[in-house]
Design a binder for this molecule. Structure first.
Ligand code: C2E
Ligand code: CA
Ligand code: CA
Length: 405
């Protein structure tokens, strides 16, 4: 409704907060939509109830210009000690509590405790560590094979990032990718992933695809297209072999810009896959706006295929939709034969999951893929690890994967 309406809501909100603060408290507006209040209270048993009441009263609808506006306030609380306290520290602690409350649910409150400070400290440490991870050579790529659902031949590999943390051990991306996005490290890390993946991919047979995950922020990076073109060229990898996996969240922000970037990538000849399809904010309109080469059915659907009629229905419909739009489909997270059968019987093109193989360093996949010697690669893998595994793991044996010559 415009800035003017925003100002008026803030005024009305200010009046309500003023009423909460009363004669004995202090109220300040500390930034655009942030207020600070200092309230005296004596009965600790009544604190929670009082905070609930304040939240409720601030969340009651605001009448304005003949319509009703919903607007909630989230609060971070610091309980002041009897002795003097440093104002900056008090505000910092209240702010930490506020972020914690926002993380849980907007329109609620949270009280500062020491664990918030400890967590902030360990986040800062993680950020410092992550900043140095590339220079210290701590990042690793694991590869997970994708098989053709019918022939069972391995047709490609997805690269999955790991961080060999000096004290925490081998970390999965879930432990640091989101964090790398928040701190802006993701572009540097993403560039490393692209270069490293395409360098290692030289060991793959020429007809195998390489799938690489691209984070939403990376798509906004100026360096993305040049990095891809250079890394493909430097390693002599045909452009159509590279498949970039993006998630639906990419499509939600700045759609015009995103479409432009995706088209640029498609124009240079690489393939684009829509990852985790069916989670998040799936919108069928995305499928009309951009010609994806592939959909990846999220593993949460695969997981439920045996027990949930809904999952089976959604999976079937997705497969039909993809066929009609001329897209290939990969079923992710395949762990059992019956999941593989259902997906294959309903027209799924490719399968990926622990049943075929867990993600591993490329050198450890020699029992499934004929790897080229990798001596020309910048960071050579120890030759001993390139030897074929002597015994195939049970899961790999059962599926009778056809090894490509
Ligand atoms: P994703 O792209 O959906 O990758 C598939 C995830 O499912 C991987 O987790 C993989 O280990 C796991 N997975 C594969 N098969 C199975 C199975 O049969 N059962 C189960 N339960 N899980 C299976 P991972 O490696 O922990 O990666 C998590 C996510 O982190 C990825 O999800 C991807 O979104 C992100 N990620 C990984 N590498 C990168 C990267 O280099 N860059 C970016 N931006 N994101 C990455
Ligand atoms: Ca993926
Ligand atoms: Ca996925």
């Amino acid at each position: 409704m415009g800035h003017h309406a925003g100002d008026e809501v803030l005024q009305k909100l200010g009046e309500r907060i003023q009423a909460e603060v009363g004669e004995d408290g202090i109220l300040a507006r500390i930034s655009g939509d942030e207020f600070a209040m200092v309230l005296p209270f004596t009965d600790a048993t009544k604190l929670n109830g009082m905070l609930d009441d304040v939240c409720d009263r601030l969340a009651a609808p605001y009448k304005m210009w003949g319509s009703t506006i919903q607007c909630r306030a989230t609060m971070g609380v610091k309980i002041l000690p009897q002795s003097n306290s440093d104002v900056d520290v008090v505000l910092k602690h209240a702010d930490m509590a506020l972020y914690s409350a926002k993380g849980q649910q907007k329109g609620t409150w949270s009280i500062f405790d020491q664990s918030l400070e400890d967590r902030a400290q360990s986040q800062r440490q993680l950020e410092t560590d992550l900043n140095q991870a590339i220079e210290r050579n701590e990042l690793r790529l694991f590869f997970q094979p994708l098989v053709d659902a019918k022939s069972k031949e391995i047709v490609g590999c997805e690269t999955l990032l790991r961080w060999q943390h000096p004290s925490k051990g081998l970390l999965s991306p879930d432990a640091f990718i989101e964090f790398a996005e928040d701190t802006g490290n993701i572009t540097r890390i993403g560039d490393w992933v692209l270069r490293q993946a395409l360098s290692e991919a030289r060991a793959l047979p020429d007809d195998m695809r390489i799938a690489i995950n691209i984070s939403p922020l990376q798509l906004h990076s100026e360096s993305l297209v040049p990095t891809i073109v250079n890394a493909l060229g430097a390693n002599g990898i045909a452009r159509h072999r590279l498949e970039l996996e993006i998630t639906e969240s990419v499509m939600m922000t700045d759609t015009e810009y995103t479409m432009d970037k995706l088209r640029q990538l498609k124009d240079i000849g690489v393939r684009i896959a829509l990852d985790d399809f069916g989670t998040g904010f799936s919108s069928l309109s995305y499928l009309r706006q951009f010609p994806f080469d592939k959909l990846k059915i999220d593993k949460s659907f695969t997981e439920d295929l045996e027990t949930s009629e809904d999952s089976r229905a959604i999976t079937k419909a997705t497969l039909q939709l993809a066929k009609a739009l001329g897209m290939r489909v990969t079923g992710e997270g395949v762990e059992t034969q019956s999941q593989a059968d259902f997906l294959t019987d309903n027209g799924c093109d490719e399968l990926q999951g622990f049943m075929i193989s867990r993600p591993k360093p490329l050198a450890n996949l020699g029992h499934l893929i004929d790897l080229q010697p990798m001596d020309a690669i910048d960071e050579p893998v120890e030759p001993a690890r390139l030897k074929r595994a002597k015994r195939k793991p049970a899961a790999d044996r059962d599926l009778r994967i056809v090894k490509k010559a």
